[in-house]
Design a protein. Structure first.
Lengths: 115, 112
């Protein structure tokens, strides 16, 4: 299994600011993803973080709003830019390895509140 | 586009009951299916992983089955306990998309 650490665990942000969330995995993984979970909702995939190249975004999510980096096989960041109250959500990092079972693991999430 | 549905949306049972949570998906071309547990305000804990070639997996009081051809999975919880109270999420990993698609979850409450 993979252990995933996310920072920050929670934050309160002002409208119009940006926040970067970090995701660290304790082993090299082939797959890393970022999900959003709005209050009372299930998880929605934001993007696939690709190592060494631009992330692959899902419909409704754009790079200008959610820039993602993945410099290596164990680390990724998600930035939520120009935040508004509608961005208040839990953001979750997920990782797994297709070379093994393909099982995906999740971090504890980063709970953002935008005022 | 893959769609995952979970029934029921919420369930309340007395302690000790055996229960079944249902999950259905529209596209049978899956790589695997996972069941997760989420406690309020927390991340996801992986409970069971079923590969597309498997029919079921068991872990303790949990048993998950997969019928890929009909697009269904069930999670069976035996002898439920108050500590089982959580939201249970079903998710499928498509062979093509390479990312999990989640159902909306079943919120379980086990009454002591």
């Amino acid at each position: 299994s993979a252990v995933i650490s996310q920072k920050p665990s929670r934050d309160i942000c002002q409208r119009g600011t940006s926040l970067t969330i970090q995701c660290q995995v304790d082993s090299q993984v082939t797959m890393m993803f970022w999900y959003r979970q709005q209050p009372g909702q299930s998880l929605t995939l934001i993007a696939t973080a690709n190592q060494g190249s631009e992330a692959t975004y899902e419909s409704g999510f754009v790079i200008d709003k959610f820039p993602i980096s993945r410099p290596n096989l164990t680390f990724s960041t998600l930035t939520v830019s120009n935040m508004s109250p509608e961005d208040s959500s839990i953001y979750l990092c997920s990782a797994g390895d297709r070379r093994s079972s393909g099982e995906l693991f999740f971090g504890e999430g980063s709970r953002l509140t935008v005022l | 586009k893959q769609e995952v549905t979970q029934i029921p949306a919420a369930l309340s049972v007395p302690e000790g009951e055996n229960l079944v949570l249902n999950c259905s998906f529209t596209d049978s071309a899956i790589y695997n299916l996972q069941w997760f547990r989420q406690d309020p305000g927390k991340g996801l804990t992986s409970l069971l992983l079923i590969q597309s070639s498997q029919r079921e997996q068991t872990s303790g009081r949990l048993n998950a089955s997969l019928d890929k051809s009909s697009g269904r999975s069930t999670l069976y919880i035996a002898a439920s306990q108050p500590g089982d109270s959580a939201t249970y999420l079903c998710a499928v990993l498509d062979t093509g998309r390479r990312a999990l698609t989640f159902g909306s979850g079943t919120r379980l409450q086990v009454q002591p």
